[in-house]
Design a protein around this ligand. Sequence first.
Ligand SMILES: [Zn+2]
Length: 313
Amino acid sequence: MILYNNSMKVDSFKSIVDFLAYFKDEQTCQEYFEQIRFQDGEYCPHCGNVLVYRFSNGKRFRCSACKKDFTIKTGTVFGESKISLQKWFVAIYLLTTAKKGVSSIQLAKQVGVTQKTAWFMDHRIRKALAQNKLQLFGNVEMDETYIGGKERNKHLAKRTKGTQGRNLQTKTPIFGMLQRKGDVKAKVVGDVKMRTLEKEIIQHVQLGTQLYSDELLSYSKIGTLYPHQHVKHGIGEYSRDGINSNSIESFWALFKRGYYGIYHTMSKKHLQQYVDEFVYRFNNRNANLGDVFPDILGRVSATSNLSYKTLTL
Ligand SMILES: [Zn+2]
C-alpha cells in the first residue's frame, strides 16, 4: 500500500461526479500524482540522480547529472504520451469501478480519445495491475477454466470440465487459487498437467494450507505436500462438509461475464493482463476507491514504460 500525504487523502469517490469534482483540472492531477510518484523525493527517471530542477512552468524537470529532461509521467506506464493525466485518471476510474471491465470502445467514448488510444491506455493500466507475489494461506480453493475456442458459444453455466476433449490450440487454460475470505490468484498456463499445476501451487500457496478442488487427476498427488480434499463433480457432487470450489467458480463466472459481455475476445498474448485486471478488482472488491486509486497510481509509478510497439509485436 502506498503511503501518501494525508492532505491528499480522498475519503471516497462515490461517483464519477465526485471524482471529477476533485480532479477538476490537469494541475490538481499533476500535484496528486507527484505526491505519489515522488513520495520519497524527486529523482531523475533516466539515471536515478536526486538533484533535479523544475522548469518554471512546473511541468518539466531537468536532471543535474545527465542533463536530460523529464515529466512526472516519464518512466511510468503513462509514459511520454500526450494524453492528459486527467484522462488517465478517468480511465483508471472506469476500469477499476466497472465490475466486468470496460471495452476500448466504451473507454474511447467516455474518455474522449480514439479507440486506438483507448486500447493503448487500457493495456498500460492493466500492466500496472499485475498480481503480487504474496502467498495464499488458510483455506484455498483451486480450479482451472478455459478461455477461447468454441467455449464462446456455450451457455455460461455449462461447464465442460473433465467431460469433453479440450483443444489447447484454440482454448487457453487458466489456473486459479482462491483463499476463502481473501485474495484470488489466477495464472494463464500452457496446460493443466500435474507438474504444471503443482508448480503453481507450490509457488503461490504456503505449505500447511488446506486445499480444496474437484477430482481432476492433476490434483491427485498434491495431498502428499498439502492437506487436500476434493469433491467429485463427475458424480454431481459440488459440496460436502465445506469441501467445494464454489468461491473460485464464482470468480470464473465473473471473469467470463466480462469476457463474453464486455471484451468478446482477449488475445492470447495479453490474456494474463486481462486476468490481472479481474484479479485486481476482485481482490479490492471491498476496498474504498479512495484507497485503491492511490495504490494504482503507485503501481503506475513503479512500472516501467511500455511502448506501443512492444504491445503490438
Ligand atoms: Zn539523470
